[in-house]
Design a protein around this ligand. Structure first.
Ligand code: ADP
Ligand code: MG
Length: 253
């Protein structure tokens, strides 16, 4: 069975989408069969991988119009990567889902039938803890939390962790935290302070691999490519390959 890993943090701009795209691509280059699910109406993971955001996608699945198998697309450049695309229509889901029977379980019901087809299913969440993100947490096995090496890095994490606890106690008893990953690290005293603080707070749950600030990571999406295809030798690409290796290693244990 594939493991469903949600990339969540209700703060915007912390590196969720960058991590979703590049972790997914790196895992597939390492030989794993990957499905990237874009659960953000901004559809940045979909467009950042060079895919059309005007095709049927996650919204149609959640609303019961399509099955996952009908809308999943194979990535044109990464052999073992498939994508369940998003589109702006998903904006409506936060309001519509609560009115639907078993509204919390919609995404789980979409993803479960294809779980066995992949090694990992990586889900990119929107910067909110709304109903759609709760749906992702209900469908997920674990949550991976990107933490930006910036001022107020830990702010809001308490609320995120409480939400995970609530989902675990009420909706998805198997839900665990995959870990925390530091993003946009720069070799400054400030970045080091944040890294030390996060490490002290979360210990073993903090991934050893740190994602450094790297311009290639921000350029690559405008070419519709993961960093590993845009500039394989870049620091950003190497960091994400290492993160993928660490994730695989941790999951062996
Ligand atoms: P989120 O999905 O959490 O909102 P993004 O992944 O979209 O965050 O990142 C926010 C912005 O920062 C984007 O413009 C992205 O290209 C850029 N970015 C993310 N990670 C890095 C990095 N390690 N180095 C440089 N720029 C980055
Ligand atoms: Mg994003």
């Amino acid at each position: 069975m594939g493991k469903v890993i949600a990339l969540a943090n209700q703060k915007g701009g912390v590196g969720k989408t960058t991590t979703a795209i590049n972790l997914a691509a790196s895992l597939s280059v390492l030989g794993k069969k990957i499905l990237l699910v874009d659960a953000d109406p901004q559809a940045n993971a979909t467009s950042g991988l060079g895919l059309d955001i005007h095709q049927p996608g996650i919204y149609d699945c959640i609303m019961g119009e399509k099955s996952a198998a009908e809308v999943i697309v194979h990535h044109h450049d990464v052999r073992k990567l498939w994508v369940l695309p998003s589109s702006i229509e998903l904006v409506g889901a936060d309001a519509e889902l609560p009115t639907i029977e078993r509204g919390h379980f919609r995404l789980k019901e979409v993803v479960d039938p294809v779980k066995a087809d992949y090694d990992y299913i990586i889900v990119d969440c929107s910067p909110s803890l709304g109903y759609t993100t709760l749906n992702v947490m209900v469908a997920a096995d674990t949550v991976l939390i990107p933490v930006q090496c910036e001022f107020f890095a830990l702010e809001g994490l308490g609320k995120l962790l409480n939400t995970i606890k609530m989902v675990k106690s009420k909706l998805n008893p198997g839900l665990e935290i995959e870990g925390f990953v530091l993003t946009m690290y720069a070799s400054t005293r400030h970045s080091n302070q944040v890294a030390a603080e996060v490490s002290e707070h979360f210990g073993e749950l903090l991934f050893e691999t740190i994602i450094r600030r790297n311009i290639r990571l921000s350029e690559a999406p405008s070419y519709g490519k993961p960093a590993i295809l845009y500039d394989a030798a870049s620091q950003g690409s190497l960091n994400y390959v290492n993160l993928a290796k660490e994730l695989i290693d941790r999951n062996k244990q």
